[in-house]
Design a protein around this ligand. Structure first.
Ligand code: IMP
Ligand code: MG
Length: 176
């Protein structure tokens, strides 16, 4: 069996750039003068955080954490733990968690719960892609780039087996 390869472009580079600019304006409007902590979820959120932070002309701190769900494959198992933690204290800070995609919702729900326990002033969530049809747990997503159908996607941070994160667009995966 040949290895799965990227298929057709689902979200083009230009569409991503335009949407990131819009999200940047919405977030800037909502947070105004408040100093923000952008929390990127490694590794998938790297390109999104890099672009989004440059669309936010406000005072902010960027930090990252790594979440890993037990088990492997193309779905999340429901148990999430922190494989790498933040380096800043978020107590009394406004936090915006930024991730590549919300699928079942387990990852973001668990991360939100974990960060809320640290007594921040607020915790909101922002994802580039939302597979609404796959949700298993309710979690509020405050900022969504694109709602997509239930297809496995790669590119712009999203991987299949560690590959294709470097594509500048979001593509389907063929051959799984
Ligand atoms: P959730 O916990 O099911 O919401 O899954 C979130 C994580 O699963 C994301 O941060 C991704 O790492 C991964 N994931 C979910 N769907 C996809 C996909 O279509 N392509 C690549 N990774 C995905
Ligand atoms: Mg991820």
């Amino acid at each position: 069996m040949p290895a799965p390869r990227p298929g057709y472009v689902l979200v083009a580079e230009k569409e991503i750039a335009a949407r990131v600019a819009e999200l940047g304006r919405a977030i800037t409007r909502d947070y105004g003068e408040t100093n923000l902590v952008l929390v990127g979820v490694l590794q998938g959120a790297i390109p999104f955080v890099a672009d989004l932070m440059r669309a936010l002309p406000i005072d902010l701190t960027v930090d990252f954490l790594r979440a890993s769900s037990y088990g492997s494959g193309t779905t999340s198992s429901g148990t999430v733990h922190l494989a790498a933690d933040l380096s800043v204290d978020i107590a009394d800070r406004h936090v915006l968690i930024v991730d590549d995609i919300v699928d079942t919702g387990h990852t973001l729900a668990a991360l939100k719960r974990e960060l809320e326990a640290r007594r921040p002033r607020s915790v909101r969530t922002c994802v580039l892609l939302d597979k609404t049809g796959r949700r298993e747990i309710e979690v509020t997503i405050d900022y969504v780039g694109f709602t997509i159908p239930n297809v496995f996607v790669v590119g712009y941070g999203l991987d299949y087996d560690g590959l294709y994160r470097n594509l500048p667009h979001v593509a389907t995966l063929e051959g799984i």
